[in-house]
Write a new protein. Sequence first.
Lengths: 112, 112
Amino acid sequence: MPPPRFPLPQGTLDMLILQILSLGPAHGYGIAQRLEQISRSVVQVNEGSLYPALHRLHQKGWLRAEWRQSEAGREAKFYSLTRAGRRQLALEKDSWARLTGAVGLIFEEGSR
Amino acid sequence: MPPPRFPLPQGTLDMLILQILSLGPAHGYGIAQRLEQISRSVVQVNEGSLYPALHRLHQKGWLRAEWRQSEAGREAKFYSLTRAGRRQLALEKDSWARLTGAVGLIFEEGSR
DNA sequence: TCTGGATACATCGAAGGTCAAGGTATGGAC
DNA sequence: GTCCATACCTTGACCTTCGATGTATCCAGA
């Protein structure tokens, strides 16, 4: 039985996109593929979430967009992190660490 | 500067409530306090999130509700986990572990 | 006595993100 | 010539969280 898909908690997708782009420019389709590969299929991005998220991040000035030729020889919109995007990623990683830390504390409380 | 408050990702509140109740019955107000205490104020539950969540979980059959006297001598609605609630908590913990694991993988990918 | 703060419940509308479903188009392989 | 992978996008339904607001009791301190 393959692991069940589960919805990404609101807000985490932005962080994951920024993280992938911190490794280098990529287009939407590629971002989705990388997320799935690296996470071993735990993270599966819906296109109806992905593209709005990219537009959102772009509009906020965290991404730069540029039409280029893809590896497959197709026109594709390549995104890359801006300086502000890098800052934002750091912030979101920080929040994530505090959240998971807090959840960890709450879970431990039961096992003592 | 105190750590900034941040919104709980959608869905995590249910899991945290179930976890707190797995330690024993509690009323809404008390659940919020415990979450804040245990998490060292990282998790701060909004009442407009808490009460709808409790009703939701109750309606799904994961909680039992009962009016009793609180420690402070006030009428309060005490919630406790049902068997189905315990099952649900296990499921959600599992999803959480897979999610944080996946996010961990994606973060590591950058630091190699 | 009365005022404020803690306890305890609840509801409402706004805001925001995710999802499933659907649509368009090109390139290469068979 | 047809199918699949690539690559973009939009729409509406759904759900949760949030901030604001409302009600009520109890107790401590001025």
